[in-house]
Design a protein around this ligand. Structure first.
Ligand SMILES: CC(C)(COP(=O)(O)OP(=O)(O)OC[C@H]1O[C@@H](n2cnc3c(N)ncnc32)[C@H](O)[C@@H]1OP(=O)(O)O)[C@@H](O)C(=O)NCCC(=O)NCCS
Length: 345
């Protein structure tokens, strides 16, 4: 076995009546654990090798606590000790390697590592994750398998309680698992677990961030960041704007936004943007759109498809208000516009 493992997490899990995991909450997952942590796990639990998820009893947690202490891993040792008092199942998920997840515990470990900024979007294998997750009602009484909800609602009503259902989905909002430092979030329900919010990001009420996607630094997000889209430091998404997950036109190339960009209110991109690009408010750039490239004096230089400009820096896209043609010029104002928007961060 190698000297380090991809990740491990001690967590608290919820199962449905059949004993399948609905979710696991990991308060402090560890990425790239060293040999001493691995040895502590090997000597104190039933873990032997590979990617494995095991349920720990009080004895296991006692031994793990002592082994981790001996290894000098105080934080994880204290967590192991604290979890002895959990009335809910305590889970140890070890990922020796970053391969496609095999069960919900592994999916939740990876999604939480992204939201805790231990992994950037696209940097862990999530293939097949939806097929592993149970559709769950996220409620005021915790996660409930949606097939068990009606029964639980009836029982609660008979005891004078109403179960509040916040969402019905394979995984829930991020903030019930982690609130990363230095962020403001207007409407918590609009940030899914597995979103990556950089330090200094504000997501206003209209903003939305999907999983395996998000911002890397300071950003004002009032538009939608689709699954897989990563927005660079200093870029802003105006009110109601939209990012397509992939290069539009049925492609499977995931698009991204570079640094210091501004996507105007109600605009949209189906192509990637490099650094310092601006998209005029209301303009939706699909990959196949014909774009007139203009010089400084607004003379036509060439006409290209938008996909040919994907990922290039210092571009201003606008729709000519008189002809309706999409135009692209060298961008001069991106940084000044961004500074004005960040004044509130
Ligand atoms: C595209 C945008 C950045 C252009 O703004 P700007 O760089 O300040 O440019 P100006 O409005 O000063 O216009 C510069 C010139 O281009 C012309 N122009 C601007 N937009 C044009 C358009 N769509 N069609 C034709 N000409 C246009 C102006 O008339 C002006 O012409 P002039 O040189 O003859 O005076 C701006 O219109 C925009 O959409 N900003 C987005 C703001 C936003 O949505 N923020 C998020 C809020 S939530």
């Amino acid at each position: 076995m190698s000297d380090s493992i991809f990740a491990f997490g001690l967590g608290i899990g919820t199962q449905n009546k059949e004993g399948n995991w609905l979710e696991v909450f990991y308060p402090a997952p560890i990425k790239d654990a060293d040999k001493s942590a691995l040895d502590a796990i090997l000597e104190s639990t039933n873990y032997t090798s590979g990617n494995d998820t095991i349920v720990l009893d009080e004895g296991d947690l006692n031994r793990l606590h002592m082994s981790l202490l001996k290894a000098g891993n105080i934080e994880q040792a204290e967590l192991a000790s604290r979890l002895k008092a959990s009335t809910q199942p305590v889970v140890l998920c070890v990922l020796a390697t970053d391969t496609a997840p095999a069960n919900p515990a592994e999916v939740y470990l990876k999604l939480q590592m992204i939201s805790q900024r231990l992994i950037q979007p696209h940097n862990t294998v999530l293939d097949g994750m939806f097929g592993l997750l149970v559709n769950t009602a996220w409620t005021s009484e915790g996660p409930i398998d949606v097939r068990e909800l009606a029964e639980r609602q009836l029982s609660a009503r008979m005891e004078g309680r109403t179960i509040e259902v916040f969402s019905v989905d394979k995984f829930p909002k991020m903030v019930n698992f982690v609130v990363p430092t230095g962020v403001r979030i207007g409407d918590a329900a609009r940030i899914r677990l597995g979103a990556h919010l950089g330090e200094g990001t504000t997501v206003m009420h209209e903003g939305f961030v999907n999983f395996n996607a998000g911002t890397l630094g300071t950003s004002m997000v009032e538009g939608r960041i689709s699954a897989g889209v990563v927005v660079g430091d200093g870029s802003d998404l105006g009110g109601g704007c939209s990012t397509m997950g992939t290069l539009s036109g049925g492609g499977n190339i995931v698009i991204g936004v570079g640094e210091q960009c501004l996507i105007g209110a109600n605009a949209g991109i189906g192509i990637g943007l490099g650094d310092r690009c601006t998209v005029e408010s209301g303009l939706y750039i699909t990959a196949g759109s014909k774009v007139n490239v203009l010089d400084e004096s607004n003379a036509l230089v060439s006409t290209v498809k938008a996909r040919d400009l994907s990922g290039q820096s210092d571009l201003l896209f606008r729709r000519n208000s008189q002809t309706g043609a999409i135009e692209c010029k060298t961008n001069k104002t991106a940084i000044a516009l961004n500074e004005a928007l960040h004044a509130n961060n």
